[in-house]
Design a binder for this molecule. Structure first.
Ligand code: CO8
Length: 263
């Protein structure tokens, strides 16, 4: 499949892994409305591509993942424009969260404000040891507008989210790891290698199973345990209608590698 070319993004697809690089290095990859529109388009294209099993998102250069939403663009916005801008971010987040494919944020430097929020939309976050994360919006007289008050609290707990959001402080990779905000910290030079390794492992699994697992994990969040478990039961049972389930279990019994077809 061919993909659109974007002014604000670089997209590569190889070995089942798509890497989306936000390419506004001079502005520390800040999220302008142009970036958000391009992210929405690319998310749709990658979703329907048979060549893509996992998506990674990162920032150009060695300094920043994304240093926030574009402050220069936001500074003179009216409330209605700010709402539309926030909703653009919301659409990107929904595209990532409802994707049938895992998205990994590869945080290679500053992930502040909208940058931290973009990473939080992803299924998990790998960070380089120079990464710095935070929600500094209160320093600008606003609050997070791209899910930071909600997704951050769900990821690290409400008390830690309150502390980060009320103080606007920036934390390093080690602290982010300790609170479960990021899954893994590695030297910057090894970051994309780690992403490739995990993506290769996921790409060997049953694609329909990975998609169902992502859906059940997402939809179960916030429900009563009984209801969430019911979702899991239904997802588990539905997979027994697929050829991949037959193939996966037959391959185990026959002591061979499964050849999944996403069918
Ligand atoms: N927006 C626009 N431009 C930016 C941003 C940004 N968020 N961050 C950095 N830049 C630009 C700078 O203006 C500068 O440009 P220029 O060279 O033309 O002056 C260039 O990037 C390099 O930045 P610095 O010179 O400031 O680099 P430093 O190494 O001195 O500092 C920092 C790096 C600490 C990351 C600093 O740039 C900084 O504090 N940036 C702003 C961080 C911030 O406050 N982020 C939160 C923004 S608000 C937000 O994200 C709200 C989310 C709601 C979104 C809703 C929809 C998505």
């Amino acid at each position: 499949m061919s993909y659109s070319s974007f002014e604000t993004l670089k997209v590569t697809v190889e070995g089942g892994l798509a890497i989306v690089t936000i390419a506004r290095e001079a502005a520390l990859n800040a999220l302008s409305s142009h970036v958000l529109a391009d992210l929405t388009t690319v998310a749709g294209e990658l979703e329907i591509s048979d060549d893509v099993r996992v998506v990674a998102i990162t920032g150009a250069g060695e300094k920043a993942f994304v240093a926030g939403a574009d402050i220069a663009e936001m500074k003179d916005m009216s409330p209605i424009q700010a709402q539309a801008f926030s909703e653009m971010g919301g659409n990107v987040g929904t595209s990532i969260e409802t994707s049938s494919k895992p998205w990994i944020a590869a945080v290679n430097g500053f992930a502040l404000g909208g940058g931290c929020e973009l990473a939080l939309c992803c299924d998990f976050i790998y960070a380089s040891d120079n990464a710095k994360l935070g929600q500094p919006e209160v320093k600008l007289g606003v609050i997070p507008g791209f899910g930071g008050t909600q997704r951050l609290a769900r990821r690290v707990g409400i008390a830690r989210a309150r502390e980060l959001v009320f103080t606007g402080k920036t934390i390093g990779a080690a602290e982010a790891l300790a609170m479960g905000l990021v899954n893994k910290v590695v030297p910057l030079a090894e970051l994309m290698g780690e992403v490739h390794k995990t993506a290769a492992t996921i790409a060997e699994m049953g694609p329909l199973a990975v998609a169902e697992a992502k859906k059940v994990l997402r939809e179960g969040e916030g429900r009563l345990l009984r209801d969430a478990n019911q979702l899991e039961i239904e997802g588990f049972a539905a997979l027994f209608e697929t050829a991949d389930q037959k193939e996966g279990m037959a391959a185990f019994v026959e002591k061979r590698k499964a050849a999944f077809k996403a069918e």
